[in-house]
Design a protein around this ligand. Sequence first.
Ligand SMILES: O=C(O)CCC(=O)C(=O)O
Length: 292
Amino acid sequence: MRKTDMSGNLSHVKQRADRIRRAFRHNGFLMMRGVLGPDRTGSLYEECRAAYGKERTRESALFLCSNAAQKLPFVADLMEAPEVLRVVVSLLGPFIHLISSELWVRPSGAPAEVWHRDGGPAMLHLSDAVSVKVQFFLSDLVDESSGNLVIAPGSHRWDIRKGFGGHKALESKARVLTVKAGDAVAWYGHTYHRVQPNQSNSDRVSIILGYALLWARPYDYDRPDESFLRLATPLQSLLVSGAQSEFTRGQYYYPHDREKRLALIEERVGPVVGSLIPMFVARTRRRSVQVD
Ligand SMILES: O=C(O)CCC(=O)C(=O)O
């Protein structure tokens, strides 16, 4: 048996990991409080503001920088941060890649966004995890009209071929997420969601990282940028290199570099134990993850 550095009772930890996974699969999202410490949250906020300041064109326009990990070094750093990977590896396992990365600024006065599922028709009939988004909030959204994310828990399981009651059914389920800077929410892109208008006086800033099983194609890019790869760390490079230059049959299902992938992931998050990955729970402060 492999040795792990987990403390405490293994079966207790496994039970808690299972409970979190079950809750995530049931609700389609998972709140994580205080995932990023105040220093990191503050510096990410400043970096985002600087990127926004350079790019924005209209005072009240939404700002979306897509494929942000390959453009902005601080987003590239975040994609391999243990706080992020621990969650993603717990939900998807270690053979993953980054399929999207978005920096969103919804300035004061930004309009609402309507209910939708991400990914278009390709994602309509999914009911289990192929991909997961992790959204980091870098500004406080403590009242409910500050550009908050709104989720319809369980709606990722709806069989839309049977109909689901449309807007009314979604509104009856709506959960407006109030968060503090440094909180994160992991969610399936196919859980119905919308965004509140931002009627506060401050800009709402967040970063969303989308991960998927290695065999699911990226959303933001086809091949990684050469200029990004030149500066990327080994793990960053593997996380955006699902598409390799010489295709060989089955390569996304039986990655030839799987030992290296596993080693780099384990270096970040600790031992990956079979299909159960309890280290996420072992190393996360109790109560920081809400499962109810
Ligand atoms: O929370 C946001 O700013 C955008 C969320 C959203 O609608 C999406 O990622 O599809």
